[in-house]
Design a protein around this ligand. Structure first.
Ligand code: ADP
Ligand code: MG
Length: 240
């Protein structure tokens, strides 16, 4: 469904991605792990074209989205992206945050957008928060709304970058539960996380990035118990 081939990205002299190859199948959950600065966020940002790769290609559903003639806005609509900091619009209610993109970008009518938002809020235990402003919500609730907002656009792939890193440990659990539910519903996802036990539990494939090189990938049992590379082993022993 998503094929990344020989992706290179530099910022000035800093070569951040060095020929990354990765294939993601429909319904697959792929985790990117690696030290801070290894290029995980940059890889996600290249996938949804927030960054322009220097070289290499990305195909989504058979279409080359890195083709200079590709419609960047149309491509971005097919990804749902959630970052570490919950970027909810503070002056809008939860309902308006969720329905903004469906209504303005995807041209869904208000009634339908609100109905779908209510269904999502109910599904994720936030039905009573539709009229609340973000500052009335806990960090975990805000991040759940941010995930719902991304889901409301019916993305092909969800990209989740350290979505629990800014949260108190108590609130991490409720956000991880949402991601688990998404996996069970068949959502295709690429995520980065520091939560290694969660990563091991939820991922179909774990990719270890080392200085912009995708050094090793495989099923979690393999990566976490018998990695091929000494550097993967060293990273894991530093975080586990
Ligand atoms: P990770 O998510 O694994 O911590 P990043 O992809 O955020 O790694 O960063 C990889 C490298 O790219 C770092 O050296 C970082 O400083 C650099 N970098 C990331 N984004 C930018 C940017 N917009 N401008 C310049 N350098 C950047
Ligand atoms: Mg990052």
């Amino acid at each position: 469904m998503l094929t990344i081939h020989s992706l290179w990205k530099s910022f000035g002299d800093n070569v951040v991605l060095r020929g990354v190859d990765l294939e993601v199948s429909q319904h697959e959950v792929v985790s990117l792990i690696g030290a801070s600065g290894s290029g995980k966020s940059t890889l996600l940002r290249c996938v949804n074209l927030l960054e322009t790769p220097d070289d290499g290609t990305i195909h989504l559903d058979g279409e080359e989205i890195t083709d200079p003639r590709a419609d960047v806005d149309a491509v971005r609509k097919r990804f749902g992206t959630v970052f570490q900091a919950f970027n909810l619009f503070p002056h809008m209610t939860v309902m308006d945050n969720i329905t903004l993109a469906p209504r303005q970008v995807h041209r869904v009518g208000r009634a339908q957008a609100e109905q779908e938002a209510h269904d999502l809020l109910r599904r994720f235990g936030l039905a009573d928060k539709a009229g609340a402003y973000p500052d009335r919500l806990s960090g975990g609730q805000q991040q759940r709304v941010a995930i719902i907002r991304a889901l409301a656009t019916k993305p092909r792939v969800m990209l989740l970058d350290e979505v629990t890193s800014a949260l108190d440990p108590m609130l991490v659990v409720e956000v991880l539960a949402i991601i688990r539910e998404l996996k069970e519903s068949g959502m295709t996802m690429i995520l980065t996380t520091h939560e290694m036990s969660f990563c091991r539990d939820i991922s179909d494939t774990v990719c270890f990035l080392d200085g912009g090189v995708l050094l090793e990938k495989g099923p979690p049992e393999k990566i976490f118990t018998e990695p091929e590379h000494e550097r993967t082993r060293a990273f894991l022993s530093s975080v586990l």
